[in-house]
Design a binder for this molecule. Structure first.
Ligand code: CO8
Length: 259
């Protein structure tokens, strides 16, 4: 059996691929287990500085939950399980390293929720986004209703969630759902260039920058600013900060160690 999630590490970048191309990378039980495990493993691997998540095959990043697995559910049991063990999508909130979603083709439902859980979203010009959940009698519930309004604002978020309409990449760019577009055959190159650039940064600065922004979205401004100054203060005494200044003075490239 082929793995439903595949990780390939190269030049400090962990490329994690959802790998069910025949089902347009629909999220089945395998993926629900293997994806958080792959994110946790890449986050813990000292060789890795940045994670890129993408979909295998030419047609989709991910079309959401595997509809062929939909069946009656014992709701109280499912609810209790989730309260006890946490949601699989929480792996993205645990990760300290930057995660880029590199999106081509369909990015629907739970697939869009995965993308929203990443730190940066970039897309191919052929990508299509949408939340079809309400049409299935449910709502996005892997953080989707919460994250999307924080990222693009409540009005546009409700438009997408309530209409269930699919939107094209250009519109996703204009509403801030993704931050960059590339031609489909240039998407991997863009992901590599962005991840490569982040991988060259002092790792703690990249990780603390991510933490400051993400944690700040959950608290009042004054609390976020206190957290920001705490993180900043920790960075003042890192070897990498001193190395950056030294390299600037000596007009050479810095050598960062992560300390
Ligand atoms: N699940 C399983 N298989 C899928 C899915 C899916 N979500 N989407 C597509 N596939 C499969 C198709 O069945 C087909 O397989 P096969 O060839 O074996 O029949 C193959 O992928 C190709 O798909 P199509 O032939 O349909 O390709 P089209 O180009 O005609 O259409 C679409 C592509 C538009 C993406 C279409 O397939 C579609 O609308 N898919 C469904 C999208 C969707 O509604 N996703 C679910 C969203 S809901 C969600 O993610 C949150 C659910 C929370 C679950 C909680 C449960 C308790």
């Amino acid at each position: 059996m082929t793995d439903s999630v595949v990780t390939h590490i190269e030049d400090a970048i962990a490329w994690i691929s959802l790998n069910r191309p025949d089902a347009l990378n629909a999220i089945n039980d395998d993926i629900r287990q293997a994806l958080p495990a792959a994110i946790d493993a890449a986050d813990a691997n000292p060789e890795v500085r940045v994670i890129v998540l993408r979909g295998s095959g030419p047609r989709a990043f991910c079309v959401g939950a595997d509809i062929k697995e939909f069946s009656a559910v014992d709701a109280p049991v499912a609810y209790r399980q989730q309260r006890a063990h946490g949601h699989w999508i929480a792996a993205f909130d645990r990760a300290v390293k930057p995660v880029i979603a590199s999106i081509h083709g369909y990015c629907l439902g739970g697939g869009l929720e995965i993308a929203l859980a990443c730190d940066i979203r970039i897309a191919a010009a052929d990508a299509t986004f949408g939340f079809p959940e309400t049409g299935h009698g449910i709502i996005p519930a892997a953080g989707g209703t919460q994250r999307i309004s924080r990222i693009i604002g409540m009005g546009v978020a409700l438009d997408l969630i309530l209409t269930g309409e699919r939107i094209a990449a250009q519109r996703a760019l204009s509403m801030g759902l993704v931050s960059r577009l590339a031609e489909p055959d240039a998407l991997d190159g863009l992901a590599r260039a962005m991840a490569g650039r982040i991988a060259l940064l002092p790792p703690l600065a990249a990780q603390f920058a991510k933490e400051a922004v993400r944690a700040g979205a959950e608290v009042p401004l004054s609390v976020g600013m206190r957290h920001e100054i705490d993180l900043f203060t920790h960075l003042l005494n890192t070897e990498d900060r001193l190395e950056a200044a030294q390299a600037f003075r000596e007009k050479r490239s810095p050598r960062f160690t992560g300390r």
